[in-house]
Design a protein around this ligand. Structure first.
Ligand code: FE2
Ligand code: FE2
Length: 327
């Protein structure tokens, strides 16, 4: 396991708040056995599972784009003055490479479940990386990567704190908790490289516009593409109605102080897409924003305890998800 520390003031931004809130970037090498993951692996819900699967479809090619966009500027970093950032870029690249590979293995489950994912993947990769990436300036690709990393860190924080993952199939839960932990660990790497290459606020905001429009549209299209293959529109409408009624009842129970997370899954009142893009954009447009301004180390530590417990349970059940010494 490689580990590198990025507990330092952000020289790129001068934002002193970043120094206290960053995590070590640890490269872990998990292996997962996805055999037996059901179609409705999250909350027993086709909608929740498809929204999560829709995001998962974007990860492998997206993460390789992030790494390309950052590594293109390695020669702009000073080997001495930026030694820590260079080390962080190496660890970030290794983490993203492992995420991409793990999610590609999870694709086999979707194929085995009968989903056609390859038509979507071909179109997504042709448009995003075969066309758009080829025509946008490299600096804009880096700025879009910095913004995407901010969105993935918010998605990760939501996944580690809103309790929904408690109701996921154990192997998918472990995959997503591990990925979320590492997204939080490396959340400022691309942002700090961008600040070194070009600290322009206009470029940062252009990257935000590109990231939010592309990530949002491909995520929605991926989720809808999967949902459409499930058929049964009446069942889908019924699930949506039941979900709305459950959220309304839970909001009333929360106000009355009678909501009990030990008795039922608590549904967040706002969708994950609303939370990621709503808060993500609000944060990112602040001129003094830095991705590591909030201390998420307790969240990461708690999640890693859960990952280790899931891994131990998998070993006990004879279904090792990955070598114990890898985490
Ligand atoms: Fe990742
Ligand atoms: Fe990332």
């Amino acid at each position: 396991m490689a580990a590198t520390s990025n507990e330092r003031p952000s020289a790129a931004t001068g934002n002193e708040r970043a120094s206290a809130a960053t995590n070590d970037i640890r490269v872990r090498s998990p292996k997962f056995d996805f055999t037996g993951v059901p179609r409705r692996w999250l909350l027993g819900s086709r909608i929740a599972s498809s929204v999560a699967n829709g995001a998962n479809l974007l990860f492998p090619a997206g993460e390789r784009f992030f790494v390309r966009s950052v590594r293109r500027y390695l020669d702009r970093l000073d080997p001495v003055a930026d030694a820590q950032l260079l080390s962080d870029v190496r660890a970030f690249s290794q983490q993203e490479g492992r995420h991409a590979a793990a999610h590609e293995r999870a694709f086999e489950v979707l194929r085995a479940q009968g989903y056609d994912i390859d038509t979507f993947l071909r179109a997504y990769e042709a448009v995003a990386f075969g066309a758009i990436e080829k025509v946008v300036p490299h600096k804009l690709s880096l700025a879009a990567t910095a913004a995407c990393e901010h969105f993935t860190a918010i998605l990760a924080e939501a996944g580690l704190t809103d309790g929904v993952m408690d109701h996921a199939h154990p192997v998918m839960r472990e995959l997503l908790l591990w990925h979320a932990v590492e997204e939080i660990e490396h959340r400022s790497v691309a942002f700090d490289v961008l600040a070194k290459v070009d600290p322009s606020y206009a470029l940062r905001i252009a990257g935000l516009a590109m990231a939010s429009s592309m990530l949002g549209s491909f995520w929605v299209m991926g989720a809808l593409y999967l949902l459409a293959q499930d058929g049964d529109p009446a069942g889908l409408l019924r699930e949506m109605r039941i979900g709305r009624e459950k959220k309304k009842r839970q909001a009333e129970a929360a106000r009355a102080g009678t909501l009990d997370a030990t008795k039922e899954a608590i549904l967040p009142q706002k969708s994950i897409m609303t939370r990621v893009f709503g808060r993500g954009i609000r944060d990112y447009v602040r001129r003094d924003f830095h991705p590591a301004e909030r201390d998420l180390r307790p969240v990461v530590e708690r999640a890693m305890r859960t990952v280790r417990a899931l891994d131990a349970a998998a070993h006990q059940s004879g279904r090792p998800s990955h070598p114990a010494n890898a985490i």
